[in-house]
Ligand binder design. Structure first.
Ligand code: UD1
Ligand code: CA
Length: 455
């Protein structure tokens, strides 16, 4: 059995009340459509066709550099219904079985689709249906007295009695290509929405004696569509709960599974602890015994064993060595690389900064375009002036250097090993090894100083 997959994603999503095409609204930090692509790609298939219409250019562009290069984009100029959408993709289909997925139904599980494939053959039609106490808005599955599926009727076209049916169409189906071309050609728009309904092929299959089968699930979240912001928000919570459960199953200690968001991938070692309201983005790895304090945002970062992020710390594109302590309220920007046992304290910002083992910057610093050796001490309020208004310059600081508080280091600059900068200095030329740089005016004390009096 050769399978191709058609993903319907041309709809406007007017209820999102957004200029962003619905397929691009993010779930877990990436477009809805990318979730469907991922699930589709995990099946044994001969091709993936995505039908796009509203914002087609934007949708295509946003997948330009993604890991789904092989998708065949199919334009649907006017959205005349799900049947019409599938028809647009048919010229590109050569397999004998087609799976229809929806771009706005992102959480359908691979295992469920495999169940459908397991009961499929090239001459039958398989529906994915849902038993739900709340069928509102969805197509109802009509079955005969013997339980056999006879048709699907859209809610707007359904009678009172039909609306009471609690088995609904998820929209996802497996169709035999040999029959499908003919069925699609015979669809009409004779319904309340004036659309070509894909669902009408079910009655045609029935009339022709094509076997109709269904996989029925009861977990509505899996086939929940995203039509409005409220549905997107509830799916996001569902998705995040799944991510939290994965972390818990891997042994991570989450102080509150409902208050962690993973918008990407987190790989964690043993005895990792994550406090509340932490957001992970992109690829994050957490070494054994690492701990993340409350309200941290961590993006594309490697955190070494035993390292601790304290409350309110933001980290992006960084590598943090073993047993570092970062924060509270520190900001590590892209290109930060910390050795082992580095301490970064409150209100310290780093960017393209390499700090060697045991180096400390405990309070209120800006460290940009710097390379700092081991066991250096950067005092409170030290600012590296890396930018002259036109260009960035580098600063190199050796091992065991001590930079006194409130010093300004004007790049390009080099402070050699064991050098020392007096507090409050402005340093703009090289300091040789072991030297003390004093870059400030000498203090004067003025005798018999009279305070200005009040008038
Ligand atoms: C559809 C089903 C309904 C089912 C429901 C499940 C039909 C006629 N109805 O209804 O039985 O219960 O899904 O969510 O199929 N799309 C296009 N081009 C179009 C129209 C739609 O690509 O011309 C895409 C949309 O972008 C969306 C999907 O098809 O991803 C479903 O379209 P939508 O209008 O949301 O279908 P429903 O009315 O919800
Ligand atoms: Ca519709």
């Amino acid at each position: 059995m050769k399978l191709e997959i058609i993903i319907l994603a041309a709809g406007k999503g007017s209820r999102m009340r957004s200029d962003l095409p619905k397929a691009l609204h993010p779930l877990g930090g990436r477009p809805l459509l990318s979730h469907v692509f991922e699930t589709a790609a995990s099946l044994n298939h001969r091709g993936i066709h995505a039908v796009i219409g509203h914002g087609a250019g934007q949708v295509r562009r946003s997948f330009h550099f993604s890991e789904f290069p092989a998708v065949n984009w199919v334009p649907q100029e006017r959205q005349l219904g799900t049947g019409h959408a599938v028809q647009q993709a048919m010229p590109g289909i050569s397999a004998d079985l087609v799976l229809v997925l929806y771009g706005d139904v992102p959480l359908v599980r691979r295992a469920t689709l495999k169940r459908m494939l397991a009961i499929a053959d090239t001459g039958s039609l398989v529906l994915l249906t849902l038993e739900t106490p709340n069928p509102r808005g969805l197509g109802r599955v009509l079955r005969g007295p013997d339980g056999a599926i006879e048709a699907i009727v859209e809610e707007r076209d359904a009678s009172e009695t039909q609306r009471r049916i609690c088995e609904v169409n998820s929209g996802i189906m497996l169709l035999p290509v040999a029959r499908l071309r003919d069925w699609l050609g015979r669809l009409d728009r004779d319904n309340s929405q004036g659309e070509y309904y894909l669902t009408d092929v079910v009655a045609m299959a029935r009339a022709e004696g094509v076997p109709l089968r269904a996989v029925t699930i009861e977990d509505s979240g899996e086939v929940q569509g995203v039509n409005d912001p409220a549905q997107l928000a509830s799916l996001e919570r569902r998705y995040q709960m799944g991510k939290a459960e994965q972390l818990l199953a891997a042994g991570v200690r989450l102080l509150d599974p409902a208050r962690v968001d993973v918008r990407g991938e987190v790989v964690a070692g043993k005895d990792v602890e994550i406090d509340v309201n932490v957001v992970f983005e992109g690829k994050v790895s957490l070494g054994d015994g690492a701990s993340i304090g409350p309200n941290c945002v961590v993006r594309n970062t490697e955190i070494g064993p035993g390292a601790r992020l304290l409350a309110g710390t933001c980290v992006e594109d960084a590598v943090i060595g073993a047993d570092c302590s970062i924060g509270p309220m520190a900001r590590l920007r892209p290109g930060t690389e910390l050795g082992d046992g580095v301490k970064i304290g409150n209100f310290v910002e780093t960017k393209k900064a390499r700090l060697g083992n045991g180096t400390k910057a405990n309070h209120l610093c800006y460290l940009g375009d710097v390379e700092i050796g081991e066991n250096a001490n950067i005092g409170a309020g030290v600012i590296v002036c890396n930018y002259d208004g036109e260009q960035k310059h580098r600063t190199v600081i050796g091992d065991n250097v001590f930079v006194g508080s409130n010093s300004v280091l004007v790049a390009p600059l080099r402070l050699h090993d064991d050098s020392y900068v007096a507090a409050g200095s402005t340093v703009n030329s090289e300091v040789p090894a072991g030297h003390l740089a004093v870059g400030r005016s000498r203090q004067r004390n003025i005798s018999r100083w009279r305070r200005p009096g009040k008038r």
